[in-house]
Write a protein that binds this ligand. Structure first.
Ligand SMILES: Cc1ncc(C[n+]2csc(CCOP(=O)(O)OP(=O)(O)O)c2C)c(N)n1
Ligand SMILES: [Mg+2]
Length: 321
């Protein structure tokens, strides 16, 4: 393991934070206090964190409709996100975005997006800005297997190659686009398709934090060196429905149970770092307990947070130049 104990602790904490954030939302959502659709990221934590651990302040990311994990991996404040999800005036986007539209420009997090494939042109624009600045920065777009069929993705792939823009295409194949299996919905395969545009692809097991981290490290180094766009293709699964409330009749009865028991990314990471003698089980348990406390506090304060008034509807619609 080439990462320092401090780096591993950081990555593990972020993964656990995402897991607890999502598990808790799964419990809170049916209570009816959260407006709009909620799409949970649990199961895919190793991908968001494996990628974002390779980024620094210069870089940008763009998320999807399943965005909480990407935001947390990029360092967005979980308390402010929880307030946003509860539609509170002191949420990260003043309560106007909710679960699907969280952005935090101070962290280079250019936004989640309810439009599948909608982040592509934004991430490409940011990648062009990175190229023009010439400071080695990169722009990462997270894209689902379903979204990979959108025309915006093809256009962004082509233009990134033509302009040699440092765009990092992260394809997260979680096996489903809503209720449609990826094996049915994708013509050919994602790797060959992406290579057809002239973009090199690094593949990784999306349940394995270290595999994703290493693939992303090598891919991002190419983009930072000015050799144009790169792609990371990672496979995992989502533990919950497409949206909260999805009855999931299209999945095998114990499909998720098997993934949780046999492949879970946090379970695998714990096993590896304990076996390598980097941390003990009780070190990791202490991290878990602190994360749970943090989430408890975030939910408690979000439930009591102030509601925005109607006056915010007209704020920030136009920018002053
Ligand atoms: C342009 C557009 N088409 C369709 C939808 C409806 N929709 C929302 S999520 C989704 C599936 C996306 O699947 P994938 O990209 O694999 O992401 P995942 O949900 O698996 O994370 C669809 C079709 C949408 N929001 N926007
Ligand atoms: Mg999918």
């Amino acid at each position: 393991m080439q990462q320092s104990p401090a780096q591993i602790r950081h990555a593990y904490t972020r993964m656990r934070l995402i897991r607890e954030f999502e598990e808790r939302l799964h419990v809170e959502n049916p209570k009816g206090e959260i407006a709009g659709f909620t799409h949970l990221y649990a199961g895919q934590e190793a991908i968001a964190v494996g990628i974002c651990e390779n980024l620094d302040e210069r870089d940008y990311i763009i998320s999807t409709h399943r965005g909480h994990g990407h935001c947390l991996a990029r360092g967005c404040d979980p308390r402010d996100m929880m307030h946003e999800i509860y539609g509170r005036a002191d949420g990260l986007c003043k309560g106007r975005g909710g679960s699907m539209h969280i952005a935090d420009l101070s962290k280079g997090m250019l936004g989640a997006n309810g439009i599948v494939g909608g982040g592509q042109p934004i991430a490409l624009g940011a990648a062009i800005a990175c190229a023009l600045r010439g400071d080695g920065s990169v722009s990462v777009s997270f894209t689902g297997d379903g979204a990979s069929n959108q025309g915006t993705v093809f256009e962004a792939m082509n233009m990134a190659v033509v302009l040699k823009a440092p765009k990092v295409f992260v394809f997260e194949d979680n096996g489903y686009s809503e209720h449609t299996g990826a094996s049915y919905g994708i013509g050919g395969d994602l790797k060959t398709r992406t290579e057809g545009f002239g973009i090199p692809v690094w593949e990784a097991d999306g349940f394995d934090y270290f595999a994703v981290y290493e693939a992303a490290r090598d891919a991002i180094a190419e983009a930072r060196a000015g050799r144009g766009p790169v792609a990371v293709l990672a496979t995992a699964t989502r533990y919950f429905g497409h949206f909260e409330g999805d009855p999931q009749n299209y999945r095998a009865k114990d499909e998720v149970k098997r993934f949780r028991e046999e492949k879970d990314c946090l379970m695998q990471m714990r096993r590896r770092v304990v076996e390598a003698g980097i941390f003990s089980e009780s070190d990791l348990d202490a991290i878990d307990a602190a994360v749970i406390e943090q989430i408890d506090a975030a939910v408690a304060s979000a439930r009591e947070g102030p509601r925005p008034g109607p006056e915010i509807m007209l704020q920030d619609v136009y920018l002053d130049y």
